[in-house]
Structure formats: C-alpha cells, structure tokens
Design a protein around this ligand. Structure first.
Ligand SMILES: Nc1ncnc2c1ncn2[C@@H]1O[C@H](COP(=O)(O)OP(=O)(O)OP(=O)(O)O)[C@@H](O)[C@H]1O
Ligand code: SF4
Ligand SMILES: [Mg+2]
Length: 331
C-alpha cells in the first residue's frame, strides 16, 4: 500500500431509497446521500455530525455494505468494497467492523460474553483451534477493561449493562484488528456518565492499532472532544469539513455556525450569539434547488436573498484543508 494512501476513501457516494409519494399513488426517490467524499487515514478519527435525517447512518451502512449504493466508490486500503462479491465480502469483513447504537439489539442475549467474542474470531477465521480462539477472546476482553476476563466471559450478554455490552461489541470488533471501525452513535443510548469512558477506549484502541475510525454523532461537542477531523452533513451532503479544533473555533458554513453557537461550552459559545435555526431539515425526496440549506439559512436572509443561492448548488471548496460549501464562505 502507498504510505500516503488514506485507509478509507469514499468518492461521490450516493444512496437512494424508494419512498411512497405523499399522494400515496406513486413511488418517489429519496436521495439520502448525495455525492459524499470522505477520506480517513490510519489511526485517525473522522466524525460525521448532523441532525436527524441528514444521512449519517445511510453513509455508515453504505460503507459497511449493509445497504445498496446507487453510485460512487468505497475504497479500503485501495480495494473498492463495491466490487466484492458475496464470498469476497465475507472474507474482507474482518477489515471493516461496526459498532452499533443499540448494544441491547446488536448482541445476542443468549450467548455468553466469551462466546460472543469467540464467534467473531471464528467467523473471521483468524485462529483455528478452540484454545487459540479462547485465549484471543480473553485477551480482547481484558483490553476493553472487562476484568477479570474469565469471570465476565461466563456471563450472558443480557446480564450486562449498556456500557459493558458496548465494551463487548468493541472487543469483538477490535480483536479482528480491522483497518476501519465505523461507530454509529455508539454512546447515545448510554448513561451520560459512561460515555466518555467508552469513547476514550475506542480512541485509544484505534490509535494503538492504527485503525481509521468513522465516528457518527449528532453531538458536535462529542465530535470536538474525540475526533481529529469533523465533517458536517446536511441533507445528504458534506457542507463543511476541517480539523476538529478549526471547525469549532472558526466555522465558515452558516449551518455549522448555528451548530457551534449552541455548544454548551463557554469558551466556544461566547464568541457568537446563539443562532437558533428555524424550520426542519427537508425531505430527501424534495431537495431544494440551488443551495439545499437556503430555506433555513440565516445568512441568505441577512444578505437580502441573493439569486445565486437559489440557482447554483455550492460545491465544497477548500482553503488550507478546510472545506466549505457556501457561496459566501468567509464573508
Ligand atoms: N430504509 C429507508 N427507506 C426510506 N427512507 C429511508 C430509509 N432509511 C433512511 N431513510 C431516509 O433517509 C434520510 C437519511 O436517514 P438516515 O437514517 O441516514 O439519517 P441519520 O442522519 O442517521 O438520522 P438519525 O440521526 O435520526 O439517526 C431520512 O430522510 C430518512 O427518512
Ligand atoms: S450558499 Fe447561500 S443559502 Fe447556502 S449556505 Fe451559503 S449563504 Fe446560505
Ligand atoms: Mg442514524
């Protein structure tokens, strides 16, 4: 592999769903992901942030090949995952693993903790004898802080708390030494007091193993704390992307500015007034012409509703690795 090549490179990703038309008579196409480009290096965490319905899970599920992709390419260490057939995909899966939002649904309650991790190892075929599988699984449980591993391993997953279950899921994924970890709202169902511990664990393990991590959250302050870079998505598009610190201290897109203005941290929220967005994110069956953020954009109104916002779809343009899709970025 070329050492400059990112671990994950997503190009022009498009995901569409068919949805019943509101009249109930026909079928409409919902373009939930509309031309997304992402790139994550080894050991790096990229957060995708956006409100409900912006397409975050659709991006994650497409990368994991759990749903159909209408267009684009998803390259993991140079291999386009969309080119893999069923058998090739099963073999490649150990290289890209996912942590789901709901640890109560993602683990089989009838299995013990140890068997859950052993099953992951067995499916990936990384150890042949049962003794080797067990030794690896116990080490994996220890690595995620489930100790003493022998004792915790005997318990059934239904006996564990949400936080412990998420640790089991992380152990089952990380024991495979994947190249990519996709975590879709991994702590949003957990008690607030447990969130930091789980995120720190994922961050440390990813760094140690050189795993590229895609961290999906609707919470910009969590992204700021745990990610190296942040991509803000709105209605299926990345509207801004930069290093976490740069995006929070110097947001350029009016949507990001609004999200940053309500972060409950004084050093961030004092430099701007709270910007409360009105209206809701439109339906992806009906994407506004020109700039898709226009119907809710405070800047559009402030500038006297310039025509260009209604007629021209702004492209993502970069200055010093800071990408923004707004005709008036920086003004
Ligand atoms: N299976 C589906 N069939 C039809 N439409 C879908 C389907 N899954 C998602 N959508 C639509 O696609 C859009 C993006 O949904 P997605 O779940 O990717 O958003 P999200 O950012 O993950 O939201 P949330 O924060 O609520 O999890 C939404 O408008 C949603 O209604
Ligand atoms: S292009 Fe216009 S409508 Fe879109 S974000 Fe920028 S100012 Fe707002
Ligand atoms: Mg989601």
């Amino acid at each position: 592999m070329d050492s400059n090549q990112p671990t994950l490179e997503v190009t022009n990703l498009v995901v569409e769903y068919s949805a019943k038309s509101r009249s109930g008579r026909g079928v409409e196409v919902a373009r939930a992901v509309d031309g997304v480009n992402l790139s994550i290096a080894s050991g790096e965490t990229l957060a995708i942030v956006g409100e409900s319905g912006s397409g975050k899970s659709s991006i994650a599920n497409a990368i994991m090949r759990l749903i159909d992709v209408a267009d684009g390419s998803i390259s993991l260490e140079g291999q386009n995952l969309l080119d893999l057939n069923g058998a090739q995909l099963r073999t490649a899966r150990r290289n890209f693993q996912m942590i789901f939002q709901d640890p109560f649904e993602s683990l089989d309650p009838r299995r013990t903790v140890l068997d859950t991790v052993i099953e992951s190892i067995a499916i990936a075929g990384i150890a042949s004898s049962h003794e080797d599988q067990k030794a690896l699984a116990l080490q994996a449980l220890e690595n995620v802080g489930l100790i003493p591993a022998e004792r915790v391993g005997e318990r059934y997953t239904y006996q564990l708390s949400g936080g412990q279950r998420q640790r089991v899921a992380i152990a089952a994924a990380m024991v495979l030494k994947p190249r990519l970890l996709v975590a879709d709202e991994p702590v949003s169902m957990l008690d607030v007091s447990l969130r930091a511990g789980i995120l720190r664990l994922m961050q440390q393990m990813s760094e140690q193993l050189g795993v590229a991590t895609l961290f999906i959250t609707h919470d910009l302050s969590l992204a700021w704390m745990y990610a190296d870079r942040i991509a803000v998505v709105y209605l299926g598009r990345v509207v801004e992307e930069a290093s976490a610190a740069e995006l929070i201290t110097s947001p350029q897109h009016p949507y990001t500015k609004a999200l940053v203005s309500v972060i409950p941290v004084p050093e961030v929220s004092t430099h701007d007034k709270r910007i409360v967005l009105t209206g809701e994110i439109p339906n992806p069956t009906d994407i506004p012409a020109g700039c898709r953020f226009r119907p809710r954009c405070p800047k559009f109104r402030e500038l006297g509703e310039p025509d260009v916002c209604a007629t021209l779809d702004p492209k993502l343009k970069s200055t010093d690795n800071h990408y923004v899709a707004c005709h008036f970025a920086g003004q």
